[in-house]
Design a protein around this ligand. Structure first.
Ligand code: SAJ
Length: 442
């Protein structure tokens, strides 16, 4: 069986290693972090993802995979290292170039090097060139190079690794063919074949398109608040048009991808990316606007209640999106951290998806239960639309100020058209408190 060496054992590299091993490849996971490697080899998955622990245990027992800090010869090298941006928002490809240095030590004729990390347009060609210089082998002839951008959604990685269509962009046709042989073994959806530069652009465009759509939704929210409307209702009803599909407003855009990748396009195409820049600004500003609106509500509450005690603000959700435990670049976390510094605020945090010790380390207090939080708080700040929060009942919190940035309280229109008439205008019931306290700030 062919040997695969996956470089970078993070959110993409480790699950990819496990799937490749499950589908029969002999897999080596290479990472420079000794501690991470040691933990993975004793079946500690290091990252949080459904099913990962069992899969890792199983694959280790079958001896189809092990992690190492020593690079090894392989038929396929998969590069899955982080590509963050620097302070000036320019892509930091240093981990990719480190991976190239490592591969160059063991690259043999016929091997295929696949870059899965998200990179600026032109980086795959550069990678091929660097490998040529270091090995004196010829790219596209002696060894093959392609970009096959990862597309998986944290929280659903194992399903999407197998069921998402993939783009394979080679530096030449032979590279595409060789790379296809690898993905064919486990991808059940279509493989779309192209050149490396197109594949790079496709990946960046995918995530930028989502960023722009969310910025649009956030602007709709700002307009709706000003007009005294519920943005979630405006968007839901606009989306009833067969050719309109707007995303949801939120307290900001988090994670490691959507908020980063547009900058790779902006860096390469500064004159053609006004829309992307504006979207980034709108989405980056949102958490700050939420902080400002919350502080304003706290002031109002103190005035109304002639109260000198800190106002109890309940934060519902800290993660970067619903139903996962991932806090990476989370706007909700950013908001909570800023509010926790305000002496007028006693912050209560309810986050059922994150370990209590983590919350204690971050805030010096444990997560409060949903029920207690609702009871004790003066202001409720809905930031993440976690499913367990959906049992919230607006009647039981009618005496509180509510700032709902994730649509937790919004009850969608009933789909059946006959019933729709009967229930109208029920959907507007819960919006009043949101508008009172957000208007003018967004
Ligand atoms: N968000 C909104 N409104 C929405 C949808 C999302 O505000 O309607 C926010 C989320 O709350 C979150 C952020 O956007 O803070 C990003 O979440 P996400 O679900 O849009 O995306 P990620 O970052 O988890 O994963 C994305 C995915 N890309 C696309 O959907 C185009 C995934 O397929 C990619 O593999 C991943 O980026 C990546 O690694 O590039």
């Amino acid at each position: 069986m062919k040997k695969v060496c996956v470089i970078g054992l993070g959110y993409i590299g480790l699950p990819t290693s496990l799937i490749a091993a499950e589908y029969g490849f002999d897999v080596i996971g290479f990472d420079v972090d000794q501690d991470r490697v040691a933990r993975i080899n004793i079946a500690d998955p290091v990252i949080e993802e459904p099913e990962i622990k069992e899969k890792l245990k199983n694959i280790l027992a079958k001896k189809k995979f092990h992690a190492t800090t020593k690079i090894q010869e392989a038929d396929y090298f998969i590069i899955a290292v982080p590509t963050p941006f620097l302070k000036d928002k320019k892509a930091d490809l240093s981990y990719v170039w480190d991976a190239v240095d490592s591969i160059s030590l063991v690259l043999k004729k016929g091997a295929v090097v696949i870059l899965e990390s998200t990179v600026p347009v032109g980086a795959t060609a550069q990678l091929a060139q660097k490998l040529e210089q270091k090995t004196l082998l010829k790219a596209g002839i002696d060894f093959f190079v392609a970009h096959c951008p990862e597309r998986v959604l944290p929280g659903n990685i194992f399903h999407e690794l197998v069921h998402n269509p993939r783009i394979i962009g080679g530096i030449n046709e032979e590279s595409v063919d060789q790379t296809k042989e690898f993905y064919k073994k486990f991808v059940k959806a279509s493989l779309y074949l192209t050149n490396a530069t197109t594949a790079e652009m496709v990946k960046l465009v995918e995530n930028s398109s989502r960023d722009v759509s969310i910025a649009f939704a956030n602007q709709i929210a700002a307009m709706a608040y000003k007009a005294g409307l519920n943005p979630f209702e405006v968007i839901e009803l606009a989306n009833k048009h067969p050719r309109v599909d707007i995303l949801n407003p939120s307290c900001g855009v988090g994670g490691h991808c959507i908020a980063v990748d547009p900058w790779f396009l902006i860096e390469t195409f500064p004159e053609q990316t006004q829309l992307l820049k504006a979207a980034r600004e709108i989405n980056d500003l949102k958490p700050l606007q939420v902080v400002k609106a919350t502080k304003k509500s706290v002031e109002e509450w103190k005035k109304d209640n002639k109260n000198h005690m800190p106002c109890k603000v309940l934060i519902l959700g800290l993660t970067y999106k619903p139903n996962i435990d991932d806090l990476r670049e989370s706007p909700a976390l950013q908001i909570a951290k800023q509010l926790s510094q305000d002496t007028d605020i006693d912050l209560l945090i309810c986050e059922p998806f994150v370990k209590n010790e983590t919350i204690n380390t971050l805030f010096g207090k444990y997560s409060i239960s949903f029920k207690e939080g609702l009871e004790q708080s003066n202001i409720i700040l809905c930031l993440v639309n976690h499913t367990p929060f959906k049992i919230i009942n607006s009647a039981t919190i009618s005496n509180k100020m509510i700032l709902d940035y994730c649509g937790l309280l919004y009850k969608p229109h009933i789909k059946n058209q006959d019933q729709e008439q009967l229930f109208w205008p029920a959907s507007t019931v819960s919006i009043k408190p949101i508008i009172d306290h957000v208007q003018g700030d967004l």
